[in-house]
Design a protein around this ligand. Structure first.
Ligand code: NAD
Length: 346
């Protein structure tokens, strides 16, 4: 089988990670990445030997790359003409302008969680709806928070048959490489109530009833979710069996916080850096075992999300779904993770 030809439009925080994850797979290849203009991110693409293109087809913008001594292979149209699928990693709400370009070029497309579900009418996260995405023309990998919620809630839903969830997203104020955003000394409630995060889970698993609130806090390293889930009567679960369920779930790490002194996101990310993945990423959702408790039919738990990386492997699985090359989500996840992850248990 020929390798799937993947274009990455927008080589920023998510785009550079997706490019490396594609490059690590044996059934797909990076045919090019785009930048809006010559900038320090171009050096990384050159170092990795990814063909560099401009997000625009304008001659002036394309030639600005060579003026800065970067070899630019052309504009977005040139890149799309050699791709089977494009991963749109442009900033949130920007991607919608690109949709018609992808459709006109006849390539499949994957957007990120910064775009609305309505743009594609189809969203993706591996454990929730891989099958629904098989052979589709395009989809949207849901946001880092939605991905995190789906990772732990979908297996619970599948065991119980119903779930009613309230959760609070304690969001990092900015990505680590971002110097523009805040707050730096305040807690900022998201006044759009409920926040979009919980309801977004229903774009991939409509059967889960879920609402959320969100607050932004002055940290850059992770989001934390405080989750309250009401299980149906006679669910037959205990706190221990729920923890075991998560331990058997791909891309979920369950660890003792107190016993391991992993009581904050700072220590969780230090552990992730010890693992030695690129950029110190943690693709898994981190659940504190000693922070989970079932009281009657109500489950309480905390989880932490590495915002720049949990969606990366999901993009790889979404490529396989759209291209119709792997119908079983667990097989795709295992293949993806074997190529990009080296996890050891502390
Ligand atoms: P970013 O700003 O780090 O990178 C975006 C890249 O796209 C930059 O290189 C920018 O130059 C380029 N770009 C700008 N305009 C473009 C255009 N018109 N067409 C193509 N590329 C363009 O952003 P990011 O954090 O990588 O976010 C990308 C998407 O991923 C957004 O939808 C975001 O919501 C989503 N997302 C981000 C995170 C995260 O933690 N950063 C997590 C999950 C999902």
């Amino acid at each position: 089988m020929n390798a799937i030809k993947v274009a990455i439009n927008g080589y920023g925080t998510i785009g550079k990670r997706v490019a490396d994850a594609v490059d690590a797979q044996d059934d797909m290849e990076v045919v090019g990445v785009t930048k809006t203009a010559p900038s320090f991110g171009c050096n990384l693409a050159v170092k990795k030997e990814f063909p560099l293109y401009c997000t625009s087809d304008e001659t002036k913008r394309i030639s600005s790359f060579s003026e800065s001594h970067f070899e630019c292979c052309g504009g977005l149209s040139n890149l799309l003409s050699i791709a089977d699928v494009v991963i749109d990693c442009s900033p949130g709400n920007v991607g919608s302008d690109n949709l018609s370009k992808y459709q006109d070029a006849g390539v499949k497309y994957i957007f990120q969680g910064g775009e609305k579900h309505e743009l594609t009418g189809l969203s993706y996260t591996s454990s929730a709806n891989h099958t629904e995405n098989l052979n589709a023309e395009g989809s949207r990998v849901v946001s880092c928070n939605t991905t995190g919620l789906a990772r732990t809630l979908v297996p619970l839903y599948e065991y119980c048959g119903s779930l009613n969830v309230e959760c609070t997203m304690i969001r990092r104020a900015a990505d680590p490489g971002d110097s523009k955003k805040g707050p730096i000394n305040a807690i900022k409630p998201v006044l759009k109530v409920p926040s979009h995060h919980g309801p977004d889970v229903m774009t991939v698993k409509p059967e889960i009833v879920i609402n959320s609130l969100a607050v932004a806090v002055p940290t850059t390293i992770m989001h934390v979710h405080a989750i309250v889930a009401d299980l149906p009567e006679n669910h037959g679960l205990t706190t221990e069996s729920i923890v075991d369920l998560w331990k058997g779930t791909p891309r979920v790490v369950v660890m003792h916080g107190g016993g391991n002194r992993l009581t904050t996101t700072a220590e969780v990310m230090e552990m992730a850096r010890d693992i030695g993945r690129k950029w110190g990423d943690l693709h898994e959702i981190f659940v504190w075992e000693d922070g989970a408790k079932l009281v009657g039919d109500r489950l309480y738990y905390f989880q932490a999300i590495h915002q720049e990386s949990d969606v990366i492997p999901e993009n790889i699985d979404c490529i396989r779904a759209l291209m119709g090359v792997e119908s079983d989500w667990r097989s795709s996840v295992a293949k993806t993770d074997a190529a990009i992850s080296r996890y050891y248990s502390l």
